[in-house]
Ligand binder design. Structure first.
Ligand SMILES: *[C@@H]1O[C@H](CO)[C@@H](O)[C@H](O)[C@H]1NC(C)=O
Ligand SMILES: *[C@@H]1O[C@H](CO)[C@@H](O)[C@H](O)[C@H]1NC(C)=O
Length: 229
């Protein structure tokens, strides 16, 4: 008998064994923790209007009121009256300012504005003056042409200008009392004044001047000197 042979190579991996039997049932676990609170559900639809309730019992009558005092209404009426006047004045000023902005002509030195309110010569003078101006005095060709163009383009036929002979018959002056020495633009045949009644002057849309009666009412032109810078 020979010697033992060498140890052989390890054999191949054996096949997977059979599935074992199911283990025994485990012991029942403990009660789980309480779950988190659920989210708030959606708001339900608005319910129908309920039926009208029955009329309640009448309340207990209130106590007797204090004796009344005499209202000092006269004082308030006066205040309201004054307010009305102030508001009316403001409205007039606003209207004037709006119109001025809407339609005004200007030269280097002055603004000219046709006031579209029919007034007598004296009322026109006052109207221009209380607004810080004067009834327009066209003292040269340029000013006269500008005013005439303004009158014609506005579709008017005549306007009062600041020329009159109220002080001395036949001696026409501008309303600042300067004489018409350097410039005038009378319509031919004017000033005519047959009865001495035509002491005021209107400018026609042609730019020509015509003496007329001061009490007549018509539109007029105010001039405002520009503030020097
Ligand atoms: C007439 O024009 C002259 C020369 O420009 C001037 O010196 C004079 O003051 C003017 N007169 C009037 C009344 O405007
Ligand atoms: C000039 O004024 C007079 C008096 O108001 C008037 O009768 C006459 O029609 C005027 N002339 C013109 C051309 O408007």
């Amino acid at each position: 008998q020979g010697d033992d042979g060498e140890k052989g190579d390890p054999g191949e991996e054996g096949k997977l064994g059979k599935v074992g039997r199911m283990g025994p049932k485990g012991i029942k676990g403990e009660l789980g923790d309480m779950g988190d609170q659920g989210n708030i559900g959606k708001t339900g639809p608005i319910g129908k209007k309920g039926d009208k309730g029955e009329k309640g019992l009448p309340g207990i009558p209130g106590g007797k009121g204090k004796a009344g005092t005499v209202c000092d209404c006269g004082r308030y009426r006066k205040v309201v009256g004054q307010l009305d006047i102030s508001v009316a004045r403001l409205k007039t000023s606003m209207k004037f300012v709006k119109n001025v902005i809407a339609g005004i002509r200007e030269t280097e030195e002055k603004f000219y504005y046709i006031v579209q309110e029919e007034k007598s010569y004296r009322e026109s003078l006052t109207h221009c003056r209380i607004r810080g101006g004067m009834l327009a005095m066209p003292k040269d060709e340029a000013a006269n042409t500008l005013i005439a163009d303004y009158v014609a383009k506005s579709g008017f036929f005549r306007v009062f200008i600041g020329v009159n002979d109220l002080e001395r018959e036949g001696q026409y002056v501008f309303t600042d009392n300067t004489p018409l020495q350097n410039y005038s633009n009378w319509k031919e045949g004017e000033p005519s004044d047959p009865y001495g009644h035509e002491d005021c002057v209107e400018m026609l849309s042609s730019g020509r001047w015509n003496d007329t009666e001061c009490h007549l009412t018509m539109y007029f032109v105010c001039e405002f000197v520009k503030k020097k810078k």
